[in-house]
Ligand binder design. Structure first.
Ligand code: PAF
Length: 283
């Protein structure tokens, strides 16, 4: 496996393989890889001839008061993990390589959904994500890209962008990977103290309880939301949002669900200073 830092070098390495008819899979990451990323890499390795894992801490998707500076960085360990799972290239460009002119003037945005849910609390976040993901698609020339469903709104926006802009790439969603405790894997879990980590289980427990409540026949959105909110508040978490939204268009539901509605509960909550997100589909 090769670690590549320049755009030209990645293109020079991947293009000839694509010309030979090999399929290229891309796993975009910001590094600090865990088993959730591992699941994405495994999917790509299983389905594609060549797998590129990008490790780029993208500054333009972080707000001023967010955790860009303290975000864990460990390229060597990331590369080892990627290699052990069968990746062919780790693409780890510098900020100057990706944004040689400073912050880009051309941005990719979703006018409608980028300011909802996570976007409402992280202004500019999704345009930073869509912009860097577009760049990574163009740089890698990948035919397939793999994203985790923990970032439900993110993968939805990326799928929509691919359709809207006719990117020639297939997006694959990979299910959330959880610890045995239920906690969804995230690089940000590393910020949690032991106490906060045990309190943070209230997110997945609350989501599971809401799903059980739904399966017993409860269809009132307010009741389903309340199950999750109570679980988090009862464990010293601060709820940022809990919303029941349509899987198809991410529009919010109020009132009662109908049999045909396919929804997902999206959550963001703080434990101490750490913001975590999670979700569960109700089908
Ligand atoms: O999900 C992430 O880690 C990031 O948002 C992504 C998709 C790698 C873009 O920087």
């Amino acid at each position: 496996m090769q670690i590549i830092k320049s755009i030209d070098a990645l293109r020079a390495a991947v293009k000839p393989l694509a010309m030979q008819g090999k399929t290229i899979g891309l796993v975009p990451t910001m590094g600090a890889l865990h088993d959730g990323h591992g699941a994405l890499i495994k999917e790509s390795v299983k389905n594609c001839d060549v797998t590129v894992v990008s490790v780029f801490l993208n500054p333009i998707q972080f707000g001023k008061n967010e955790d860009l500076d303290k975000y864990p960085k460990r390229l060597e360990a990331d590369a080892k993990l990627a290699e052990s799972l069968g990746a062919d290239f780790v693409f780890a460009p510098s900020v100057a390589e990706m944004y040689p002119d400073g912050d880009p003037l051309t941005l990719v945005r979703d006018e409608t959904l980028e300011s909802m849910y996570c976007g409402a609390y992280r202004p500019g976040h999704f345009r930073g994500v869509l912009t860097v993901v577009s760049k990574l698609f163009l740089i890698s020339g990948a035919n397939h890209a793999y994203f985790g469903e923990k970032d439900y709104q993110q993968v939805f926006l990326i799928e929509r962008m691919v359709r809207d802009l006719n990117f020639d790439i297939q997006i694959h969603r990979v299910k959330i990977v959880r610890e045995a405790s239920g906690l969804a894997l995230s690089s940000r879990n590393e910020y949690l103290t032991d106490l906060e980590r045990s309190q943070a289980l209230s997110i997945s427990t609350g989501l599971k309880q809401a799903k059980e409540t739904f399966e017993k026949g409860e269809r009132r959105v307010a009741v389903l939301r309340d199950v999750v909110i109570k679980s988090i508040l009862g464990n010293r978490g601060q709820v940022q949002y809990v919303e029941v939204v349509n899987q198809k268009d991410l529009q919010k539901f109020n009132g009662a669900l109908r049999e045909e509605d396919k929804v997902v509960i999206l959550v963001a909550a703080f434990f101490g200073k750490t913001r975590l997100i999670d979700n569960i589909e109700l089908n």
